[in-house]
Design a protein. Structure first.
Length: 151
């Protein structure tokens, strides 16, 4: 049956491991002291408060940001090839009036054929067999209920 880990058991385990770590740090410090040129200081205890961070003024942050912008601008300019070495842009293709007129005429012809096929479904259009069109059923009106007769 597995052991249930409660908050008390976990807290005790943490304390035990921290004590082992402290003893190991002491022994490591002793061994370093025995090395030639080694320091006699023991490893820093984990309970020592860390040094507070220094604060930077707004003017200092602004100066750093401006310097970084200059560096980025210089790196972007160095990465781009000079304008003379770049290829000239390819001119955009244009459709002539005659070409556009041909496209419009072909489209009108195609739509005329489609409309003719709908008007006369039994004829084939341009060598294609005519499509079968299902006839719609006439709508039936609902039959009103018969009036009740009195007896």
């Amino acid at each position: 049956m597995p052991i249930k880990l409660t908050a008390d058991i976990i807290a005790a385990a943490i304390l035990g491991f921290e004590e082992r770590k402290r003893q190991i740090d002491i022994r490591i410090g002793e061994l370093r002291a025995t090395l030639p040129g080694g320091t006699t200081k023991a490893a820093a205890a984990p309970d020592v408060p860390k040094r507070k961070r220094r604060k930077l003024s707004a003017a200092g942050r602004k100066a750093i940001a401006e310097a970084q912008r200059k560096r980025w601008a210089a790196s972007r300019n160095a990465a781009q090839p000079p304008a003379a070495a770049q290829k000239p842009p390819i001119p955009k293709r244009k459709l002539s009036r005659a070409g556009r007129a041909a496209i419009v005429a072909a489209t009108k012809k195609r739509w005329a054929a489609v409309k003719a096929a709908k008007a006369q479904p039994e004829k084939a259009v341009a060598g294609k067999p005519a499509k079968k069109v299902a006839a719609k059923k006439p709508a039936t009106a609902p039959v009103p209920p018969e009036p009740a007769t009195e007896q």
